[in-house]
Design a protein around this ligand. Structure first.
Ligand SMILES: NC(=O)c1ccc[n+]([C@@H]2O[C@H](COP(=O)([O-])OP(=O)(O)OC[C@H]3O[C@@H](n4cnc5c(N)ncnc54)[C@H](O)[C@@H]3O)[C@@H](O)[C@H]2O)c1
Length: 381
């Protein structure tokens, strides 16, 4: 196949970030949008210049002029939608998290294997150029064998036009029992994925403390043990309600540090621009010098373009396209193991998680959400 006819399934908030990469790829024709909200589907299709609009997924999947689908529906629908697409013989790219449970994720992978279609989980961090550079350096041995991976996420507030323009409906299913957990499940899955992907190593055990925060935030500190010898990791998640974050995307800032036997690599951002530091910095402790990679593009939105084009490349040229379904299942296991380790006050074997784990505060009550959101707005006057 030298051109891919792609359908967008779900024209909600995140779809806007997926379209530019596909529309710009000369190997891809975005031929259809499927969205049960007919007005929304028609509006988005007109905006993106897409000829066909479906309101019914089965009808869309029966269209023989569609080779591949980009599934951008609420996470609790991923299992049904991915299985239906696999059975219809479509190549599949699906937004993170893969599914609401490890069991659901595995069911999807079994159907995909049966159908023999290409499958990947859309993880835009794998398209973020500073993180790509960091992984390339690590795997090339530029800092020696990795000994520690530390990832920090902090949420605050921003004046992001993108975030202010999001449809609040896209938050309803995230804040109720359609989701198994809060911020760790919805956003930190990106960082759990990076905890593996940056070093290409499996994580075996987790210990953690996770707390309920305002809204769906879940401040957390987790420690990871990797397979084999000598590699540990940490995940830090905090909420800083009074901290302004300069961002065109989400109100979050990230920091990644990979320590090797002979040096460091820092990725100084993802969503935000809090410092003037170059996006990737390496300290080479053998040569005793710092190398900055100022030419690496730190644009967050470009991570979506790159991830979109990776999918098309995988179909057309057979090139690698992350995340694999198998890694996406491990990411779910790591997320649930992090909740479980905190709830049970013990270390958890990641591989032992076979379903899902919800923290005791989940889902939050409507009263709590209203009170939290009033408190957060009052802080900003
Ligand atoms: N990578 C990221 O940074 C990122 C950010 C936000 C969301 N996401 C993920 O993207 C997915 C969608 O999130 P969102 O924020 O866009 O949610 P959303 O609710 O804004 O959009 C989902 C859309 O899917 C539509 N839909 C529901 N059932 C459908 C069906 N049967 N067929 C076709 N469309 C259907 C809904 O009507 C809605 O328009 C989630 O899995 C979420 O976790 C990823």
């Amino acid at each position: 196949m030298d051109r891919v006819r792609l359908a967008i399934i779900g024209a909600g908030n995140i779809a806007t970030m997926h379209l530019p990469g596909y529309l710009a790829d000369p190997r891809c024709d975005v031929v259809a949008v499927c969205e049960p909200n007919a007005d929304k589907g028609a509006r988005k299709a007109a905006e993106w210049g897409i000829p066909k609009v479906y309101t019914d997924l089965a009808e869309c999947l029966a269209d023989d002029d569609i080779d591949a689908v980009e599934i951008l529906t609420p996470t609790h629908l991923h299992k049904d939608h991915a299985i239906a697409a696999a059975r219809a013989g479509k190549h599949i790219s699906i937004q993170k998290p893969l599914a609401n449970s490890v069991a659901d994720g595995r069911e999807i992978l079994a159907e995909v294997a049966k159908a023999g279609v290409l499958f990947r989980v859309f993880e835009n961090c794998c398209g973020y150029e500073p993180l790509r550079k960091a992984r390339e350096l690590v795997l090339d041995g530029a800092i020696g064998a990795p000994v520690h991976v530390r990832i920090k996420t902090v949420t605050g507030w921003s004046e992001s036009k993108f975030e202010a323009g999001l449809d609040p409906e896209g938050y309803i299913w995230r804040f109720n029992d359609d989701a198994p957990g809060g911020h760790l499940f919805d956003d930190i899955v990106h960082k759990f994925a990076m905890q593996y992907w940056l070093v290409d190593r499996d994580i075996t055990r987790v210990s953690s403390v996770v707390k309920p925060g305002p809204l769906f935030f879940e401040p957390a500190a987790a420690s990871f043990e990797y397979e084999g010898e000598g590699l540990l990791g940490n995940m830090e998640v905090s909420h800083a309600p009074d901290m302004y974050i300069e961002s065109d995307g989400w109100s979050a800032d990230e920091f990644f540090e990979i320590q090797g036997e002979s040096g460091y690599i820092w990725v100084t951002r993802l969503c935000a621009r809090l410092t003037e530091l170059p996006p990737v910095v390496m300290y080479d402790g053998l040569k005793r010098n710092h190398i900055t990679f100022d030419d690496v593009n730190p644009d967050y939105f470009r991570s979506f373009d790159n991830a979109a084009q990776d999918f098309i490349g995988a179909i057309v040229d057979g090139t690698t396209c992350d995340l694999s379904g198998e890694l996406a299942v491990k990411v779910l296991q790591l997320c649930f193991a992090t909740y479980q380790a905190s709830m049970e006050g013990r270390t958890i074997d990641v591989a032992s998680v076979s379903d899902k784990v919800s923290p005791p505060w989940w889902p939050p009550t409507m009263e709590k959400l209203i009170a939290d959101s009033e408190r957060e707005s009052a802080r900003r006057g």
